[in-house]
Design a protein around this ligand. Structure first.
Ligand SMILES: [Zn+2]
Length: 241
């Protein structure tokens, strides 16, 4: 690994715990940057990213939120969950229109940094094939490692199979477990700002109860919701962000 790649990974702040596991990056993996915020642009942009989907009802409410308010968001799909098939009928048209993007959050949600290269690739390809088969879309190059568990081995293994954009986050609703609506709004106020990648979870109904004030916050701050493709397909891959 060259010094610049090493610093880029180190700068991501996620390698502290796993630094002893660093292995050399391949030529392909060495160009990969771990993404924690959106690139600069003339308009204020936010990527609202919703992970997991352990609650069928929460996924349904997010889908309806997008449909009813003409929003744009990204689901990071934990593909072993039943929510994707259970909600397919309502989800598919929004995937087709590009309002909802599906991105890879693995098949079984393991901490990838603890796995071997083949297992990492198997987890990503499990979700990849499931979504391709059921929704007809290719989720590459975007993935989010469960728990933010990433190191050079993960970056490299993923890059070998075309997953070259590891997406972490800049702000979080901290809603993976059930917390109060007022706490979620507190975290939302600290998370929705220009260039942020907001991490949310479709695992319980708490966030869904504060959709209205969150939409007001986004509108008051004049933020434009974007999917990952909105950002990187138009900005181009070469910007390195
Ligand atoms: Zn997750």
């Amino acid at each position: 690994m060259d010094r610049r790649s090493f610093l880029a990974l180190l700068g991501s702040g996620t390698l502290g715990a796993t630094i002893s596991h660093l292995t050399p990056l391949s030529a392909h993996g060495s160009s990969v940057r771990i993404i924690r915020e959106l690139p600069k642009s003339d308009v204020k942009r936010v990527a609202w990213t919703v992970d997991d989907g352990t609650s069928i009802e929460a996924v349904k409410r997010y889908i309806r939120l997008v449909a009813d308010n003409d929003l744009r968001l990204t689901f990071f799909v934990y593909s072993a969950m039943g929510s994707w098939i259970a909600n397919r009928k309502e989800l598919q048209p929004l995937v087709n229109s590009g309002q909802i993007q599906l991105a890879n959050h693995t098949a079984h949600h393991p901490a990838l940094a603890g796995l071997g290269t083949k297992q990492i690739q198997k987890e990503l390809m499990g979700a990849h094939n499931f979504i391709e088969r059921n929704f007809g879309v290719d989720m590459r190059p975007y993935y989010r490692p469960p728990y933010g568990s990433i190191n050079a081995k993960v970056v490299n293994a993923a890059a070998e199979i075309g997953y070259t954009k590891p997406m972490l986050w800049s702000g979080s609703l901290v809603d993976a477990s059930n917390i109060s609506a007022s706490r979620i709004l507190f975290h939302a106020r600290n998370s929705f700002y220009d260039r942020s990648i907001v991490l949310a979870h479709a695992n319980n109904l708490t966030s869904t109860k504060v959709f209205k004030p969150m939409l007001k916050l986004i509108s008051d701050r004049e933020l434009n919701l974007v999917t990952l493709n909105d950002v990187y397909e138009t900005d181009g891959v070469a910007d390195g962000q």
